[in-house]
Design a protein around this ligand. Sequence first.
Ligand code: TMP
Length: 234
Amino acid sequence: MSLFITFEGGEGSGKSFQSSVLLKLLARDEIAAIQTREPGGTQIGEEISRCVKWQTEPISPLSELLLFNASRCHLIESVIRPALKEGKIVICDRFTDSTLVYQGFGRQLDMNTINEINNLATGGLKPDLTILMDILPGIGLARKHGQKRDRFEKESLTFHNKIRKGYLELAAKEPERWFVIDASKSKEEIAREIWQKVRPLIKQKNDDEIEIEETFSATDYTEPDENAGEGTAE
Ligand code: TMP
């Protein structure tokens, strides 16, 4: 009953928190799932992530595209595809849409080139559902106040506005895959909206035969570590 769910959104949108909450709720209902992230999710991926986020030497947009996709290709081969094959739900914090938005809308790289390289890395793997945590960049970035900023977080507000616009454009083009959430709402409300979206998808995949609770309370998920980035529910 595999299901591939991705979270997307700008800086400080709360993706990582909500993907951890989803994993906890699936664990509560004994549904096998894993949580991973991009860039990262593997040792190689984490090294690429560190390099692409914190490198002080200039990196060209094309090099960025290739680095993110090297991390992606390895993550898919070693983590995502095996988990999907075992029938698990895979929750991934960022995927190919991040590349379309950051390297395309943000860095202005040619979209056809991005699609070609993304497809090469994914072998055509696409998410069943993409949850967009939509937030005004000013609000998202303010949530990161006091934290050290990486290469992307240091970009101008104009850049981050392009990211938001890019996401909304992608979501409007493929509404059946995207689920857009107002990420300025409370964490609890957002968790509820996500659960209301995901639960029927799981039931549908299982011909309605699976036991999965309709409701939950905040005590069903302990505050996850927002920096954890990875986990399993098995
Ligand atoms: P995060 O792990 O804090 O979300 O940081 C990852 C950063 O990398 C974020 O600013 C978005 C950026 N990114 C890209 O530019 N292209 C990509 O393909 C991916 C996956 C992330």
